[in-house]
Design a protein. Structure first.
Lengths: 355, 355, 355, 355
């Protein structure tokens, strides 16, 4: 007795634009989401696209991302190309009626962000931004503790955000600077976990890790004090280097107590010898640390397409942290508290070539 | 510019026998292993097989496991059927030239185990036993700490093994008893982490969790002292119930220090309130706790087929813990230390209907 | 065979001024320091003084602190009276040639602080200020990690400082405010652990814990960003209430890694039940948390008298945090970064009756 | 206005017999107990006695302990002399009507123990045995968790007991062996925390740390399985060497969950560098680890004398662990479970010259 299995589940066709590091992460996550057909991959560097296609059995390969928008079997695109292409792709994909998952940032120019988001709105397509930490079990537990009232009325927040090592200077130079490149993620976590908007920022930066970063016009250490609409206050600290690896923590104090999260580790082993009691280093960088979060992020993107749900990370969620980064930059320069509503919607990183 | 991707990678055809809980875990893991073709699924309960087939897009579905052995496109089988069918399936699959992954136990009758292992040997097929903890990052770290000399010459071992709650009495009755059903896993971990064979056991059991377990002729708490061939000593404790969930730990002390592992948790959040400083419960049971281990176990099985490697968990690794369980049972009854070489190879659980 | 023991060790005569809570802590610590003779105790509330005298076998009891300065057998005084009496007592004791241990603050009026410190300097007596955290094993370990180069070149600092519950409003009203009453301790820890002076502060305050504190003109939550002379940056957060008890932590990140300290607990027990994995609350408040530190502080005071050593916490160490509190207050009001050298030495808390 | 303080509190005169390491610990603790007069110290090594007398201002010094029993101002004695003198001192002190605190063991000969305890009983004096762990905050928390029902009905126990390094071989030779010298403490903790008597033991020993210990007829690693009168089971493991220092832990599992305690550390600092996340080693040995416990033990002894209370650690509490040690020794030799009631009251360590 035997039978051919005939699965009739609604399949979602996805094309991935950009087959670099993060593009491959999303491809792998997508191969594990039931109901997904990886239809096409595009990358300006054609070899990158073909390599991805072979690894993940993707039938169609392109150099030009515009080609994937023409494919009727593509329902949604995953944008992992360089940041300065995001806005254009969003506008074109919106017009082509494709749902969009876009890696952060949409852009660092608020006018271009607004252009992109307007295109999305007009097209009525679904748009999800790539703040993967929102899908991380630790940060979600913090959000839950605040939202459910477990910590009571929130008072204060502190975020620690440290990379294992600075990126190459070439990357630094085109990164938009620490507030844009690193801290936008943390601004998002502050808003997400607190459930309230930041209304004032005061910032302080330093160049302590590598003089070359300073010479490139950037900082590598920063602290930002924030005030929320709900009157809570907090601090966010970023550093480009932690010798022990990737360090991502948050603590929120409220009237009933506090919630704070630590890092994730490859194992739970404790080694005790004649020198110390120790454990292995935490998961080294975002690819390992947020592997599960990336998987859930893609599952969510497929789910919102399949069931036409509201994306949990919207275009506005991508715009606000950029505004906050402008405010932080201005505060550091002017050595004063900056109200977020001071930032003009025409602010552009091009107007701030050097910090 | 576009191109059809033509992946020529060597595909491995796998059939899964038994579509119960653990069968589904292995199916899911297999769908994520590159190069695997899930060819067929069989289950005596046909609905279970069809459900699995639909979920994992498996083309062929059978009620009788013998059918899958006839398929030429099946290179390996994954045996997840009831324990008392394992030996027969192993013998038949060996004759059919299929590589075998088999859930533990092979059997609890040493004669039947030996029959099965002889069939495997004669056929020259690859056989891997389902001790998934060997693929867990924590236990592997312990093994590494011992093997590499990080803890020096080993002295002592302690294993804690607790289930969140006892299984139904119906399961208990046909389980073979705590030493066979639970502690064989721990005997394997003791051997694996210590890298030495157990030569003596002394055991103590109690019925404290549920009187119904005692009435069924079993115990629900046990401690076993072990002596290893390398002269190390240790203790293993098992309990059918830990109110806080699944608890799997090991500690090894050596001349340079110790290594010990804790449980895995769903998140790292610490909540502090006016009563306590606390965290969420550990991952609840083996399905969550060893999810990664099951995935690596299947990757390994596919890899050994693809590259004809030596399986990391052999048939003998399945036989030895059963011998140890007999020794533990005898020690408990006779209130004395039992040498492992006292256990006759004709020992059979049928000869021990009641503990 | 027996012998009368004739101990000839140099005895130090100490008088305690102020027999309130902290006065009693110091009395108890002093009874345990070898070589100390508790000679006299004075308190404006005479019953407080007699109670202390009975408990600690102190032979002489006074209402007026001036009396103890006349006693030739008093070598040093321990000042635990209300803050507004400290400066006067310091001036008088200096003139009387008594060594002085003084609880913080010397005063909140910089002119009065300077008067007191000038008197100390002219008299050439030994003066130690009561920043007990400098004697705490955790904070000392942080200092050591920075000083020894264990964390490399320091980059950033974060201090968490939370009381279990706000003091009575009556206390709040005369406390000088959160920056003076609470955060001066944390400014001292920042300087002590970092080994560098704070040169800029930017602060943010909020009244979230209790509206009555706001009505009294104070805040109950505050964050202060600091910049050090060594270019490091950091943040200090204070809150008048943590439901789980006293919370005193510090973290310093440097080029080689980080050091951070947690709280102290009454025991190490971990309780696991069907709800959580938890432990008892940390030691509740400074009396328990710093019991050992207070003991070491008194041992040190006696030791510096016996051996004429340099006090480890000087008068200047008492002055600087007050200047920093003025800077923080001004920054909060003016919503800008304040350079510490902007604070005029005539700054007086009397000039800032309300925040 | 001044007044002579006239403290009329009931003073307790104490004499310390034995001025070695533990004698000095008790002297120091006693100097900190209000109401204690350290009257005399005796040691066969007269210099040890005079050194202690000078350090702690003890007026009377003797070589012969019999002298201190003649002093009317001595209400209680603290026995810290070599173990083989304990029984004789207990008998003599009982006859002299002195209350007795005695370091463990009373003796290892059960007949001599019974002689001593009979003398105590006849004299009606108060007798407290030196199991200081009963006064440790961690072990007390375990006891409380069991007694209060916090962990529910107890099921199982595990004790880890490791010294930082073996004592000199000369000490080993006269120590009575690991079961007597080390594990009697752990047997006491098992009884104390579980609140039930041990009725069966099964033991296993090994000589792995130092061959010289084996040559001296002793073992350096041991595990003992125990069965309690309340049907619970458990394991105790001892080792003479843990490279990372003193390791004293216990875990009890019950129907509602578990309690387990860790070690105490000199500070809470966590250092993270490019190699590991680590902390300093635990408090090194019993002098540091149980400093607080020793202090509370002496406070308790003074309190029971002052208020004629029942001692919390009785003579019987000293006898039972010795019986258990005999049972463990016999079990190891005979490779079988030994019922505690098999041990004859005439058992004597002299009859077991070599293990």
């Amino acid at each position: 007795m035997s039978r051919e299995n005939n699965n009739t589940k609604h399949q979602v066709g996805i094309a991935v634009i950009g087959a670099g590091r993060i593009g491959l992460v999303h491809c792998e996550a997508l191969t594990r989401v039931p109901g997904v057909q990886l239809v096409a991959v595009a990358d300006f560097i054609y070899e990158a696209a073909t390599t991805a296609a072979e690894k993940f059995h993707i039938p169609l390969v392109f150099q030009d991302w515009k080609e994937v928008l023409k494919l009727p079997q593509v329902h949604g695109i995953v944008v992992c190309s360089p940041s300065d292409t995001h806005a254009d792709i969003i506008v074109a994909a919106s017009r082509a009626g494709k749902h969009i998952f876009c890696e952060k940032p949409i852009d660092y120019d608020l006018k271009r962000i607004d252009l992109a988001l307007t295109a999305v709105e007009r097209a009525g397509i679904l748009f999800q931004l790539g703040f993967q930490r929102r899908f991380d079990a630790n940060f979600r537990r913090v959000r839950e503790a605040v939202k459910s009232g477990e910590v009571g009325t929130p008072y204060m927040l502190h975020i620690v955000s440290r990379d294992p090592a600075p990126p190459p200077i070439s990357y630094i130079k085109q990164s938009g600077g620490l507030f844009f490149d690193m801290m936008t993620h943390d601004f998002d976590m502050a808003r997400f976990c607190m459930g309230s908007e930041i209304v004032e920022v005061t910032s302080l930066g330093a160049n302590l890790v590598d003089p070359a970063i300073g010479e490139a016009g950037d900082i590598d250490c920063a602290v930002v004090s924030v005030k929320f609409a709900n009157d809570c206050i907090g601090t966010i600290e970023c550093c480009r280097k932690a010798a022990y690896g990737y360090d991502q923590r948050i603590e929120i104090l409220g009237s009933n107590g506090s919630v704070n999260i630590g890092n994730n580790f490859p194992n739970t082993a404790i080694i005790s010898n004649s020198q110390t009691i120790h454990r292995d280093l935490p998961l080294n960088f975002f690819m390992d640390r947020y592997k599960e979060a990336y998987a859930r992020e893609m599952e969510t993107f497929v789910d919102i397409i399949q069931n036409h749900k509201t994306p949990p990370v919207s275009g506005l969620d991508g715009r606000i942290p950029v505004v906050l980064a402008y405010a932080a930059l201005q505060s550091m320069k002017e050595k004063r508290t900056v109200r977020v509503d001071e930032i003009d919607s025409t602010a552009s990183v091009l107007a701030h070539p050097k910090m």
